[in-house]
Design a protein around this ligand. Sequence first.
Ligand SMILES: NC(=O)C1=CN([C@@H]2O[C@H](COP(=O)(O)OP(=O)(O)OC[C@H]3O[C@@H](n4cnc5c(N)ncnc54)[C@H](O)[C@@H]3O)[C@@H](O)[C@H]2O)C=CC1
Ligand SMILES: CC(C)CC(=O)C(=O)O
Ligand SMILES: [Mg+2]
Length: 358
Amino acid sequence: MSKKILVVAGDGIGPEIVAEAMKVLQALQADGSIDVSIEDALIGGAAYDAAGDPLPAETLEAAKASDAVLLGAVGGPKWEPLHISKRPEKGLLGLRAGLGLFANLRPAILYPQLADASTLKPEVVAGLDIMIVRELTGGIYFGQPRGIETLPSGERKGVNTLVYTESEVDRICRVAFDIAMKRGKKVCSVDKANVLECTEMWREVAVKAVADYPEIELSHMYVDNAAMQLVRAPKQFDVMVTTNMFGDILSDCAAMLTGSIGMLPSASLNADGQGMYEPIHGSAPDIAGRGVANPLATILSVAMMLRYSLDAPAAAERIEKAVSQVLDQGLRTADIMSEGMRQVGTAEMGDAVVAALT
Ligand SMILES: NC(=O)C1=CN([C@@H]2O[C@H](COP(=O)(O)OP(=O)(O)OC[C@H]3O[C@@H](n4cnc5c(N)ncnc54)[C@H](O)[C@@H]3O)[C@@H](O)[C@H]2O)C=CC1
Ligand SMILES: CC(C)CC(=O)C(=O)O
Ligand SMILES: [Mg+2]
């Protein structure tokens, strides 16, 4: 049965990288590997400019009616003064919350061809394969109260609130445990339980939940140490599970171990298996419009979509193999360029992946 995909390209490099991911989807559609219908919608700054709203009601409705959403990236300096990404019911946060996408999976895998591009020594990262499981609809990005108020003294006070309920922690830990059962059976829960009560509770809930998974080896680490360990000895990690903000930061850090933030895809899933798929990076305004952005994270996000929402694991594997093949051919966008390789732009990289697929 045909599956519905909603494409929201967004801002900055969003439309450029999504165009390449669409070529891959369309190639798979054309050769009969998948049966999908594709619609577009607006989000972020583009939606604000067109409709005065960074998450128009029709975008949220279309997303709810789809089997999967493919997102580029949102935001940029033009819209930052408007604070559109700080309203939890609006923009990207609103779309994630509106779809209930509480589980964000961010695989940090080093393609062996990119060992030279990693910020770490080849022997420290060879074979790196970490799954970061980030809670995505709670924590400090959503907690109330939030905002900036002016005190009677005239001084301003900025407030954000870190909140988790036990059930929110329990469900994300179970996602991490289920994933770990299919991998190395090791989960490191990352918190700041020495300082923050909310994450002290997080740790207690993780310990209670793991009792249902006798084969899982659960460890705990404070987030500052986890950041350090990621760049010291990343292969000690199999699955990491953590809060919304800690996962946001640690995954950008882990991305560099694989060569570039332009290499890391993600899947954001709800309780019904519906998903949104996006690269972990943002709209990269510094390189937008130049045709130099790396589209591989977005293309690999399509592979995650095929695996998690479209029940097409063979097609997902074909995409991953095609990416490996273009790297074997020596093609590199600027962010992963190294000596002796051939530098290509966004579109040439997308075309090469399609050629390797077919
Ligand atoms: N999921 C999303 O839509 C996200 C949106 N943002 C938004 O994006 C805007 C820019 O944020 P930044 O902090 O600069 O983060 P960013 O991830 O957009 O860029 C950080 C750095 O990585 C580079 N980069 C990112 N993606 C790349 C790619 N595919 N190929 C090559 N280089 C790449 C950029 O050129 C920049 O130097 C902001 O408005 C921010 O709010 C930031 C993160 C995630
Ligand atoms: C709106 C932000 C939380 C986006 C971001 O940085 C991310 O999801 O990685
Ligand atoms: Mg981020």
